[in-house]
Design a binder for this molecule. Structure first.
Ligand SMILES: *Cc1c(COP(=O)(O)O)cnc(C)c1O
Length: 451
């Protein structure tokens, strides 16, 4: 047989040298996830495959709870459904004691269906229809008001239903981090927040139970939470003074960073990500120092999303091919792309080969399988050369990839959860043509054609 010809290129091979961070660029292979061989998982469930580690979810949750409960007397977490709303994942959080936090009717129904009591489902977001509000009012769910139209509508609905809705207002504010997230809720500095509070208190049709903020996402500066918690406490104490009304809870939202490396970040995420203790320290200090009487301290709610689940998710995949780009760079084509790894747009993920490899490394472009120019998993990564059918593991993909994945060109993969004993369970089947076409309707007259 004739040998295949490959055009020669001259490229630098690095063996065991330091990169600019002083760390070696070669990685150890990730051959197993929670005692399961990557190759066995891919053989059993197909490639690509999302894998969620129940051990990592539970241990991360426990760390977060410990960080806050050792510093503040009353703490409650609410699982942010949009971060990862696969029911098996949600229920691990609910088993740990987490309430639900939802931002749409779809998510609301998911939480109800998972068995979360209505009064433990926090309903956030700007998009709530009358029917959504009525359902939430009847279920006694805490409704977090986003804008005045919603506030006025709730006043009307409370009259129609003759029920006092349980509400909080969402507050946005300057925390020293820009751009400011001021599109949601009522602004603190310009008086909108007080305006909303006054309207609720004077109309006296709703029970203002809490104050809510969610100041941003992937917030690398814990100090911003200190500022936010201070301003929220200030509002709560002001409400007590003005209306003699105790605010039951302050909900600090989510936004804690993860160990992923943001694109353009000089240092690796693992080196700069604050710990739960760092965030807990500034938040609890701000509330404890704000001047509440000891028996009037509000419950502290946290809607931590990404920091709770990112580490627990991995994406396993397979090398389809290698090629040389016209400039001589090595390109490796993988069987997953930005359709299932949405966070590739923001992060330089840690990606490890799943099998032993030589210690030669080369700068490589990683492409996904889509027939689309934008399908770049990584513009540049230092990896050992891999061959067709070699397998890779993308780390820290538990947040936002599954919920933002789409069926563009290729369908969504299966999801497996590995339980505390190391046993794998399928928690979502891979999609197929039938599941995708389930809601399509082909009119009768378009069915037949002759070619
Ligand atoms: C998305 C969201 C969260 C979770 O945010 P993370 O940055 O993932 O922690 C919490 N609360 C609200 C209102 C959200 O919209």
């Amino acid at each position: 047989m004739k040998k295949q010809y490959e055009r020669p290129v001259i490229s630098q091979l690095n063996t065991g040298v330091m990169n600019k961070f002083g760390t070696k660029t070669e990685f150890t292979p990730t051959s197993h996830i929670d005692d399961n061989a990557v190759k066995d998982l891919l053989k059993e469930y197909g490639s690509p495959l999302f894998v969620m580690s129940e051990r990592t979810i539970r241990s991360t949750y426990k760390q977060a709870v410990r960080a806050f409960k050792t510093r503040y007397p009353k703490v409650q977490f609410a699982w942010s459904y949009k971060t990862n709303y696969i029911n098996a994942v949600c229920n691990v959080f609910h088993q740990e004691g987490s309430w639900g936090e939802v931002v749409s009717r779809f998510e609301y129904e998911k939480a109800l269906n998972n068995g979360v009591p209505g009064n433990k489902i926090i309903f956030n977001g700007p998009d709530k229809t009358d029917d959504d509000l009525i359902t939430a009012i009847k279920n006694e769910s805490p409704i977090h008001i986003d804008h005045l139209d919603e506030l006025y509508r709730l006043n009307e609905l409370s009259e129609e239903l003759n029920i006092r809705p349980q509400v909080a207002i969402r507050v946005n504010m300057d925390t020293g981090v820009y751009p400011m997230w001021d599109r949601f809720g009522f602004n603190y500095e310009n008086g909108q927040a007080w305006d909303a509070i006054n309207k609720i208190m004077l109309a006296d049709k709703m029970d203002l139970r809490g104050l809510h903020c969610h100041i941003g996402t992937f917030m690398l500066a814990p100090s911003a939470y200190g500022i936010a918690a201070g301003k929220m406490s200030d509002l709560a104490i002001g409400i007590k003074q003005k209306y003699n009304k105790d605010i039951q809870y302050i909900d600090m939202g989510g936004g804690f960073a993860t160990k992923n490396t943001l694109k353009g970040s000089y240092l690796p995420g693992a080196d700069i990500c604050p710990s739960f203790d760092d965030y807990a320290e500034v938040i609890s200090t701000a509330i404890l120092n704000a001047g509440f009487k000891e028996n009037e301290l509000p419950l502290l709610i946290l809607e931590t999303g990404r920091a709770m689940v990112d580490d627990a998710g991995s994406l396993l995949g397979t090398v389809i091919s290698n090629k040389r780009l016209s400039d001589g760079r090595r390109a490796t084509i993988l069987d997953f792309g930005v359709n299932v790894l949405f966070t590739a747009f923001w992060y330089d993920h840690k990606i490890s080969p799943a099998q032993d490899f030589s210690h030669y490394t080369e700068n490589t472009v990683l492409y996904g399988p889509l027939c689309m120019n934008i399908d770049v998993v990584r513009e540049n990564i230092t990896l050992p050369p891999m061959k067709r059918d070699d397998q890779v593991v993308v780390h820290r993909v538990g947040a936002y990839n599954i919920t933002q994945s789409m069926q563009f060109i290729s369908l969504r993969p299966a999801i497996v959860m590995i339980d505390m004993e190391g046993k794998a369970h399928i928690i979502k089947q891979r999609e197929n043509r039938e599941t995708i076409e389930m809601n399509e309707v082909l009119p009768e007259y378009l069915k037949a054609f002759k070619l």
